[in-house]
Design a protein around this ligand. Structure first.
Ligand SMILES: NC(=O)c1ccc[n+]([C@@H]2O[C@H](COP(=O)([O-])OP(=O)(O)OC[C@H]3O[C@@H](n4cnc5c(N)ncnc54)[C@H](OP(=O)(O)O)[C@@H]3O)[C@@H](O)[C@H]2O)c1
Length: 285
């Protein structure tokens, strides 16, 4: 068994090395590490009801969110906006929120024109009022809001029978970045919250996963990326040689909501152009 495990470890490292070496040719490389699975036509392996359901769904159903409802916080711009469009495009009814009413109404109008079923409310997900200190603010906006929303949604997710939580953290919660240690700690806390919820609520068939982005072109980081020197250093540090686009995050969020990902839970998935698997790669060009 240990030799078998070692060969799998070798494949994992090969994946990371190729991902970094071949990123310059825009070749991506990833590995999928399943636990015991049955193939759809191999009925004899024992498994839970959920898997039977997943295995017997029609292909179209596995890639559709028709009949599902999603709550997306911060949907008026950036990653949240792309997530709203991705989920609504796959057939989900979406409710979103942001603090700025004018922006929210403009987005709702636009989505209605596109035929998406999206509702919205003006809401500040920061429920605490002790915003004077930076520490509290960052922890409140990043961690507490996610924690409280999950607790509030628990019964609804349980009642749905197929609940899926997708948090957005950051690779700053996976590796050290020069973005403030409190920001990194708050994102690391979301990563751990994701794992705890995945295990604690699995009995209710609620999955919990987390998407951890590197630089994604949104208003949040626009000023930083417009700085030519900084932008060059981001590109140089990124095996794929560029920052990501919101749609490159929302596609993964949507996948994690779909029945097609029914056996994936407790995972922190980096959307980072290879940054977190890249060690020292001297540039020769
Ligand atoms: N962009 C990146 O490079 C990057 C990298 C790593 C991680 N992330 C993470 O990804 C998430 C989204 O980032 P983004 O770049 O898409 O940001 P963004 O472009 O600034 O968009 C943030 C969205 O959230 C809403 N929002 C902000 N504070 C809120 C509050 N207290 N209550 C309700 N809504 C609020 C904003 O609308 P209002 O201002 O109207 O409320 C807006 O719709 C964040 O958690 C961020 O830390 C981003």
């Amino acid at each position: 068994m240990s030799a078998q495990g070692a060969t799998k470890g070798a494949i994992n490292q090969l994946t990371k090395t190729l991902a970094c070496e071949w990123a310059k040719d825009n070749i991506r490389n990833n590995a999928v590490a399943p636990c015991t699975l049955k193939s759809i036509d191999q009925g004899e392996i024992k498994m839970g009801d959920n898997m039977v359901q997943a295995g017997s769904r029609r292909r179209d159903d596995r890639w559709s969110l028709l009949g599902m409802t999603a709550l997306v916080t911060g949907g008026t711009q950036g990653i949240g906006h792309a997530v709203v469009e991705e989920l609504a495009g796959l057939g989900a009814k979406v409710h979103t929120c942001s603090r700025n009413e004018a922006n929210l109404n403009a987005c709702l109008h636009d989505w209605e024109k596109k035929g998406f079923e999206v509702t919205g409310s003006v809401c500040d997900v920061m429920s605490s009022d002790y915003t004077a200190e930076e520490f509290s603010t960052v922890m409140t906006i990043n961690l507490e809001s996610a924690y409280h929303l999950c607790q509030l949604a628990h019964l609804l997710l349980k009642a749905s029978g197929v609940g899926s939580i997708v948090c957005i953290s950051s690779i700053a919660g996976v590796v050290a970045l020069n973005v403030g240690s409190i920001y990194g700690a708050s994102k690391g806390a979301i990563n751990q919250l994701t794992k705890d919820l995945a295990c604690g609520w699995a009995k209710d068939n609620i999955r919990s996963n987390c998407v951890a982005p590197w630089f994604i072109r949104t208003p949040l980081v626009e000023a930083a990326l417009n700085d030519e020197q900084f932008s060059k250093s981001v590109n140089a540090r990124t095996p794929l040689g560029r920052p990501g686009e919101p749609k490159e995050v929302s596609s993964l969020v949507a996948f994690l909501c779909l029945p097609a990902s029914s056996y994936i839970t407790g995972q922190i998935i980096c959307v980072d152009g290879g940054v977190t698997v890249s060690g020292f790669l001297p540039k020769h060009d």
